[in-house]
Design a protein around this ligand. Structure first.
Ligand code: ZN
Ligand code: ZN
Length: 166
């Protein structure tokens, strides 16, 4: 993770440009079948961050309601022109937390995964580097998140926004 530096990103046609202010709360590499299907690849790489720390610099997004593993759906924000997905909001965390698609950042190498999740359906050729936490399905946030991220989450919940598991 980076510290307080900003990361810019956007879609492929450059209609959408955004800035992520500061470090994400946590970065998930998700190997579930849903993420594999959505990406057309082997996993999704999502940086979780407070929605108000993601600023649109240019363009706008179309929000597409998409089925999710939880059954409660996710809202995928896509460029209205090239349809690239730039971030999602899941029902659990509500609109307060965005899952920014790391691959849409200009410097995606800055945000390697903090954890690998749903490794039960990991494609067998994918090798997880030693030392990086990996769990078969989901995980206990208190066990894995850094204290600073837990504190940021508490602050977010204290503002009265929707509560729930992220
Ligand atoms: Zn675009
Ligand atoms: Zn997934």
């Amino acid at each position: 993770m980076t510290n307080e530096s900003s990361c810019d990103g956007g879609c492929t046609c450059r209609h959408v440009r955004y800035r992520m202010r500061g470090a994400p709360l946590f970065v998930h590499c998700c190997h579930c079948r849903w993420c594999q299907r959505e990406t057309g690849a082997s996993f999704a790489l999502n940086a979780m961050i407070e929605a108000d720390r993601v600023v649109l610099l240019a363009g706008d997004v179309d929000v597409v309601l998409t089925p999710s593993n939880s059954g409660r759906g996710q809202k995928i924000s896509r460029c209205p022109r090239c349809r690239i997905a730039v971030w999602s909001n899941y029902a659990g965390a509500g609109d307060a937390i965005r899952f920014v698609r790391v691959g849409t950042l200009d410097h995606p190498d800055r945000l390697p995964p903090d954890i690998h999740i749903f490794t039960v359906s990991k494609q067998p050729w994918v090798r997880i580097p030693p030392g990086v936490p990996a769990v078969p399905e989901y995980y206990d946030r208190a066990e894995h998140w850094p204290a600073s991220s837990l504190a940021r989450r508490e602050a977010l919940l204290a503002t009265g926004r929707p509560r729930g598991p992220m």
